[in-house]
Design a protein around this ligand. Structure first.
Ligand code: HEM
Length: 133
């Protein structure tokens, strides 16, 4: 049981690392794109879909491992405090941002979307610490 929990927590943290790297690096890459020569732009532009795919997989891994952690240590959500639910609400915000980018890319201002995602991720970390410590 403890080993399973530890393994899931490792998955949770690794997925978080992958997800947050993309959340921070993607807007930076997109920001320099207009100043690059066409060749460099093609190389950097080619990285974007890989970053996006990694981030989506990381997000799925965060949800799957998070559910496992919740069941294994807390036996479900009954005993969770308000910070857990704040965290879940922000997870829904990130899920919404990912879905909008997948289904209607460019429809909403990408800078707005990246700020929404970054602030939601920051809020998730803060509420996770307040919920579990
Ligand atoms: C974007 C999605 C998520 C991010 C960035 C994230 C981030 C984190 C972080 C940083 C921690 C460490 C907090 C600490 O130890 O103080 C944590 C712990 C935890 N997360 Fe998540 N999480 C996400 C999704 C979820 C989901 C969807 C669930 C549940 C359905 C969940 C359940 C948990 C649990 C139960 C712990 C605490 C484990 C323990 O008791 O040590 N997480 N998460």
């Amino acid at each position: 049981m403890d080993i399973a929990f530890d393994l899931l927590l490792i998955v949770h943290f690794v997925a978080f690392a992958v997800g947050i790297t993309t959340t921070i690096a993607m807007p930076m890459l997109m920001g320099v794109m207009p100043r690059l020569q066409p060749e460099a732009r093609a190389v950097v532009g080619g990285l974007a879909p890989r970053f996006a795919r990694n981030a989506r997989l990381a997000f799925l891994a965060l949800i799957a491992s998070g559910v496992g952690l919740t069941v294994l240590r807390y036996g479900g959500v009954e005993a969770m405090d308000i910070w857990f639910w704040v965290k879940m609400a922000l997870v829904v915000v990130v899920a919404g941002a990912i879905l909008v980018q997948m289904l209607a890319p460019g429809r909403l201002d990408p800078r707005l979307m990246s700020w929404v995602t970054r602030l939601a991720m920051l809020g998730i970390v803060i509420s996770a610490v307040l919920a579990f410590h």
